[in-house]
Design a protein around this ligand. Structure first.
Ligand code: ATP
Ligand code: MG
Length: 438
């Protein structure tokens, strides 16, 4: 039997229609004369009602055999029923048992139990069967769809830049080395430099959806060793403001998409999405030092701020502008990578932006330096090797437009949108310092 419908596609108006559904037995309830089999598929639940004496005995025997998590396909006739979930049920004509569990399940699927996150992740494949977990990933899929809808409409092309790189792009010890024949390669920390090269190659407006890796032995609820980003890059901009406009619209579009197309999942997760108004507020260095000081937080002039500052600024913005989002612009150049563009008139600061959502960094980006001599100067200023970066800098000799972009963390966005307390909940199979399985 081949599935004709997901459960969500069956409505009371389909009364009388023959359909085939397939999935797992979520729950069985036996009231003696009638048996309710709740079938679960990716899209939700459906009640299958088998009345003893009404349906053939052979079929009843199969129904009697069903236990939780049996995999079944059912052909039947849709019936409207006001007291059934979503006002409809299925009267079976045929039940096929496709697979029977051979061992009891280590975690419960149908009941809401308080299992620790670590145990859930050990049994992630089963954990994902729980509707409230599945909902997170349906929403994540829609977020990315929303990003892509927007980018496609705006004329961005999707590209695939390399994950294996010959040299660590941002320096630092946070890269994973990989044995590469008789050399060492590295897993990218960001598709950054290749994105820039693609833009100056002439492709102009591009995005890359893909993983990055951080060899950070950190155990925060916000960090993974492998995460995914929506990385956008665009040429022929006036300045970083153009990038901010793209970014806020991208985020808003994804939120709209989720709000419109995932109402059931949002209900399961008890999340209400408020579509933010644009443009998002923008805070700038060095003014940020003053704001922080007002809140009793002293950051030395010219230095980076910390995690606590992000939270303080978020509170400030929420009160002053009623926004969950804001940009931070003009970071000190000295804390940013060599490729960012300095403000020509005030070169201590860079056209470097972060997007903060509910007090957490969602993305970093900004305008990049496109002038060959300046790039070389900045590499020297950072004490990096010009030869080591020649593969990148070389191409800025041959004509490069002003450009910029950002990389927005997909798991971070999912986590903040759905108020999840740990980024691992927004990751199918999280990679953390202590976890490489399953
Ligand atoms: P943070 O300061 O919050 O650790 P970062 O500045 O190191 O982040 P970027 O290099 O700016 O991160 O990466 C771009 C985006 O990718 C971040 O804004 C974030 O959304 C996401 N990201 C970066 N590192 C991680 C990580 N270890 N786990 C999950 N997401 C990450
Ligand atoms: Mg950052």
């Amino acid at each position: 039997m081949l599935r004709t419908h997901y459960t969500s596609q069956i409505r009371p108006e389909d009364e009388g229609k023959e359909v085939v559904v397939a999935g797992w037995v979520h729950r069985v309830r036996d009231l003696g004369g009638v048996k309710f089999i709740i079938l679960r598929d990716r899209e939700g639940l459906l009640q299958i009602t088998a009345k003893r004496g009404v349906i053939p005995q052979e079929l009843m025997n199969i129904a009697d055999e069903l236990r939780e998590e049996y995999v079944i396909a059912v052909k039947g006739i849709v019936k409207a029923n006001r007291i059934a979930p979503k006002g409809r049920e299925l009267i079976p004509n045929e039940i096929e048992i496709i697979s029977r569990p051979i061992s009891p399940l280590p975690i419960s699927i149908s009941s809401k139990t308080d299992i620790g996150l670590d145990t859930r992740l050990d049994y992630r494949v089963l954990d994902l069967r729980r509707p409230e977990v599945l909902a997170v990933f349906k929403i994540q899929s829609k977020i990315v769809e929303g990003f892509e809808d927007y980018l496609r409409e705006k004329g961005f092309q999707k590209v695939f830049t390399p994950c294996l790189i010959g040299a660590a792009s941002e320096g630092g010890a946070e890269v994973f080395p990989v044995v590469y024949f008789n050399k060492t390669a590295f897993l990218r920390q960001d598709p950054q430099l290749h994105r820039q090269l693609v833009v100056i190659s002439g492709m102009d407006k591009i995005y890359d959806l893909g993983p990055s890796w951080r060899a950070e032995p950190s155990h925060t609820p916000r960090h993974l060793c492998e995460h995914r980003g929506c990385a956008v890059e665009m040429g022929f901009i006036n300045d970083e403001q153009d990038i901010m406009r793209i970014e806020e619209n991208l985020v808003t579009r994804a939120m709209l998409k989720v709000k419109e197309e995932c109402s059931e999942e949002l209900e399961i997760l008890e999340v209400n999405i408020e579509i933010p108004s644009t443009p998002f507020p923008e805070l700038r260095f060095p003014k940020i030092y003053e704001i922080l000081e007002e809140f009793g937080k002293k950051i030395p002039f010219g230095e980076d701020y910390d995690r606590e500052s992000e939270v303080i600024l978020a509170k400030y913005v929420k009160e002053k502008y009623k926004s969950d989002f804001f940009f931070v612009n003009r970071f000190p150049f000295k804390i940013k990578p060599f490729y960012v563009m300095k403000v020509d008139e005030d070169p201590q600061w860079a056209r470097s932006i972060d997007l903060i959502y509910k007090g957490l960094e969602l993305s970093s980006g900004g305008q990049r330096e496109h002038r060959y001599e300046k790039i070389v100067e900045q590499i020297k200023e950072k004490g990096m090797s010009l030869i080591g970066l020649q593969w990148f800098t070389e191409f800025f000799k041959y004509g490069a437009p002003p450009h910029g972009g950002f990389n927005l963390g997909i798991e971070r966005f999912t986590m903040q949108l759905l108020n999840l307390s740990n980024i691992r909940e927004a990751t199918l199979f999280p990679r953390t310092p202590e976890r490489l399985l399953p």
